[in-house]
Design a protein around this ligand. Structure first.
Ligand SMILES: [Zn+2]
Length: 170
């Protein structure tokens, strides 16, 4: 198990749309990769981590929003949002843009389809924090960060903040 470096805003791997996972091809690597992703996410106190955030352009994310304070580990391989409803605008942050928080417009409820860690397809309905996490993770796999969803003037504010913060990023 290793705690990996998390890529930061400005690195090309975060901008590039990720390739679909061929489950059988990834399977030998998957247990170790997932262990490292969980360790990295928990060490950084995040609720989700996408493969591009550890430098891999693969459609793979892990999510644990800890409902009621208990772990609920979800592995999302090739996730897709298959339906969406309503609107919410809540504060969001990202381990790849440390120190930056902003209100982002998202769908209030979504239905996600993905493969789990064993390669089995599943679908899951989500609202609130989990719905936000699912949309945030799928965005990562499409090469998008939450700040890309901000209105223009808000994005300018955030980009100038990033200029200052970047010096302390590792
Ligand atoms: Zn993120």
């Amino acid at each position: 198990m290793a705690i990996l470096r998390i890529t930061k805003h400005g690195e090309p791997v975060l901008k590039k749309p990720s390739a679909s996972v061929v489950y059988e091809a990834l399977r030998p690597e998957l247990p170790r990769l997932l262990k490292d992703m969980w360790a990295t996410m928990y060490a950084a106190k995040g609720v989700g981590l996408a493969a591009p955030q550890i430098g891999l352009n693969l459609r793979l994310s892990v999510v644990d929003v800890r409902p009621e304070g208990k772990a609920q580990r979800l592995v999302l391989i090739n996730p897709e949002i298959v339906s969406r409803e309503g609107v919410m605008a809540e504060e969001e942050g990202c381990l790849s843009v440390p120190g930056v928080f902003a209100r982002v417009k998202r769908c209030a409820r979504v239905r996600l389809r993905a493969l789990d860690a064993r390669g089995e397809p599943f679908e899951m309905e989500a609202a609130g924090l989990l719905a936000k996490a699912f949309q945030h993770e799928v965005d990562h796999l499409d090469g998008k960060l939450f700040i890309d969803r901000l209105p223009f003037t808000e994005k300018l504010r955030v980009l100038s903040l990033i200029k200052d913060l970047r010096r302390d990023w590792t």
